[in-house]
Design a protein around this ligand. Structure first.
Ligand SMILES: [Zn+2]
Ligand SMILES: [Zn+2]
Ligand SMILES: [Zn+2]
Ligand SMILES: [Zn+2]
Length: 597
């Protein structure tokens, strides 16, 4: 055992210093990897380059020649099969097996294999009537839903687990009939709301728990019939909601702006989340010892993880992004889940996969190294079958060779054993990945750094309806709107995967009518990116509590009770995802709890 002290290193990629702490060394020892050479942010960016969250292409299958929807841009040149064929015995991934070439760097050879072995068009397990979706498990009647499990009758959104009849939602769990919401759990009929738990019939509300029938509220606990945080009788409440005229696009637009301004007058907790013990990051619920992590539910002992939302939660993982469902000892993996154990440096690894490293799209395998698209295999290297003894001996030789003959990327970074795949061999264009959401780059800069870039948006379309000509009130919208090609108000100028034009599908129109909601003026991608603007990034900042004693610093908010620190400034310091220049009031746990109780 090394003697465990905090060490400061300089990141190979961004050159900034980062710390490796005793706990971190203990984890690296446990999964038998060398300590990282990239800082946590550059590691996240590198993984995020392997995740296309939003874009579908239509291109021919390399198997049947039929046009199929797929997550890979055809010009990138990977081989794509329809998933029904991919999962069948009509082809054999081990027929692509090859000997390891000790004269070439590992990642060069891995790239060749990745571009040779057929990949499945979409990562959808057991979909029913959900052709226009990706990265989903068990979806039913879903349309343009990306990332999640068990969504039913949902349209437009990402990070959706066990939700029904929802539309335009992100990072949601166990909720029904919600619209334009972010990070809700166990909610029903919530509209334009965010970070609420166990609430129903809410409008424009944030950080509420156990509430119902609230409008424009923030930080409430177990309340009903409140408007702008003030109580009303049921009758008064209903009268006022009706008077707001929320079936009108103009009314909704002005309420959205007003709610955001109102929310700014109330404190936020330094870690967005509830029922946690010893956590840092944001959007973390019901977790223990989860640090520097974002969008995580019901997990334990994680660090530097993102989007681990799927239940049951995961434990003892580092640098694990997207998915979840009962995993342990995962390191540097992306879009992988369902009972993984000791899996490292892998993408699309799933379903009880164990002791696997450097894999892409492998399912239910164990003891595999450098493999692509294998199913139910053991002791394979570069898709070639070995005996147990041969496997372990060859793996050891390759690890040694990776250290002696490392890969060098176009920015001069060195990749020995222990690094995740270089971003430049990813089959996804940078601008269509999570990397662009969290580490946005302009096209020139991305190309200069060796990333792929492919412009998105319809090229040849003829809009038949301008957004300003959509009837303001849902009551005046005709059935024929589902025939229209509507111009997105952003017109492709926003750098957020704008498709420039969009349609309203019949199920969607029925949803607007049922809930008396106006028709949107933006394409689904622009709606998602506008909604996600309220989601903090994955950087953490050291700050002091924003509580000044009787009021918040700057006097935006007047405390309702006296706090443990009396009339003096609160001395508590913390790490938070709210950057120091942000307008939000940010309180420590104690000051926040004193105000929301
Ligand atoms: Zn870095
Ligand atoms: Zn758009
Ligand atoms: Zn405080
Ligand atoms: Zn205080």
């Amino acid at each position: 055992m090394k003697d465990m002290q905090t060490e400061t290193k300089n990141c190979q990629n961004c050159k900034r210093p980062f710390m490796i702490e005793p706990d971190d060394f203990a984890f690296y020892d446990r999964v038998k990897v060398p300590p990282p050479t990239f800082c946590p942010y550059c590691r996240a960016q590198r993984r995020f380059c392997w995740r296309n969250e939003w874009v579908l292409y239509k291109a021919p299958s390399a198997f049947s020649g039929k046009d199929i929807f797929q997550m890979y841009a055809p010009e990138v040149g990977v081989k794509v099969y329809e998933k029904e064929v991919w999962y069948s015995d009509q082809w054999d991934p081990t027929s692509y097996g090859c000997d390891y070439d000790f004269s070439r760097p590992f990642f060069d050879q891995f790239k060749d294999l990745l571009f040779e072995v057929p990949l499945k068009n979409l990562d959808v397990l057991n979909g029913v009537n959900s052709d226009y979706t990706n990265n989903l498990t068990d979806p039913k009647n879903c349309y343009l839903v990306f990332n999640g499990s068990n969504p039913e009758d949902c349209r437009y959104g990402n990070g959706i687990n066990f939700c029904r009849d929802c539309q335009d939602i992100s990072h949601m769990s166990k909720s029904e009939e919600c619209y334009e919401c972010f990070w809700l759990n166990g909610c029903a009929r919530c509209m334009f709301s965010s970070q609420c738990d166990s609430c129903f019939d809410m409008w424009f509300s944030k950080n509420c728990v156990g509430c119902n029938n609230c409008f424009g509220c923030v930080g409430l606990r177990n309340k009903s019939y409140h408007i702008w945080n003030k109580p009303y009788s049921k009758e008064e409440y209903e009268k006022m909601i009706a008077a707001f005229g929320l079936s009108s696009y103009a009314s909704v637009k002005s309420m959205k702006t007003r709610a955001k301004e109102f929310w700014l007058g109330f404190p936020n907790k330094y870690v967005e989340g509830i029922k946690n013990e010893n956590v840092t990051g944001a959007y973390v619920d019901r977790c223990k010892n989860v640090r520097n992590s974002f969008l995580v539910r019901e997990s334990e002992n994680l660090r530097y993880c993102q989007y681990v939302q799927e239940l049951p939660g995961s434990r003892d993982c580092y640098d694990y992004s997207v998915w979840g469902d009962n995993n342990q000892l995962v390191y540097e993996c992306h879009t992988s889940g369902i009972g993984m154990h000791n899996v490292k440096f892998s993408v699309f690894a799933k379903e009880n996969i164990r002791d696997v490293e450097y894999s892409y799209a492998c399912t239910t395998c164990s003891d595999c190294f450098g493999c692509v698209a294998l199913r139910k295999k053991q002791y394979c290297i570069f898709n070639k079958q070995y005996t147990k003894e041969e496997y372990f001996a060859l793996r050891e030789k390759i690890v040694a060779q990776m250290n002696e003959t490392p890969y060098r990327d176009s920015n001069g970074c060195i990749y020995r054993y222990g690094e995740f795949f270089p971003s430049e061999i990813s089959p996804f264009p940078y601008n269509q990945t999570l990397a662009q959401e969290y580490f946005p780059l302009e096209k020139e800069e991305a190309l200069k750094r060796g990333y792929r870039w492919i412009d998105t948006g319809e090229k040849n379309y003829k809009a038949t309806l301008l957004p300003e000509n959509i009837p303001d009130d849902i009551a005046d919208v005709p059935d024929a709107i589902t025939q229209a090609i509507i111009n997105c108000e952003h017109g492709g100028t926003c750098n957020q995967l704008c498709t420039k034009a969009f349609r309203i599908i019949p199920d969607e129109l029925a949803f607007y009518r049922k809930h008396q909601l106006p028709v949107p003026h933006l394409c689904p991608n622009c709606r998602a990116f506008e909604r996600l603007k309220q989601r903090n990034g994955i950087h953490l900042y050291k700050r002091q509590c924003g509580c000044g004693g009787a009021n918040s610093l700057g006097d935006m908010y007047k405390n309702t009770t006296s706090h443990f620190h009396g009339a003096a400034l609160c001395p508590n310091e913390f790490e938070t995802s709210y950057a120091p220049d942000r307008p939000e009031i940010v309180y420590c746990e104690q000051c926040y709890q004193a105000e929301v109780a």
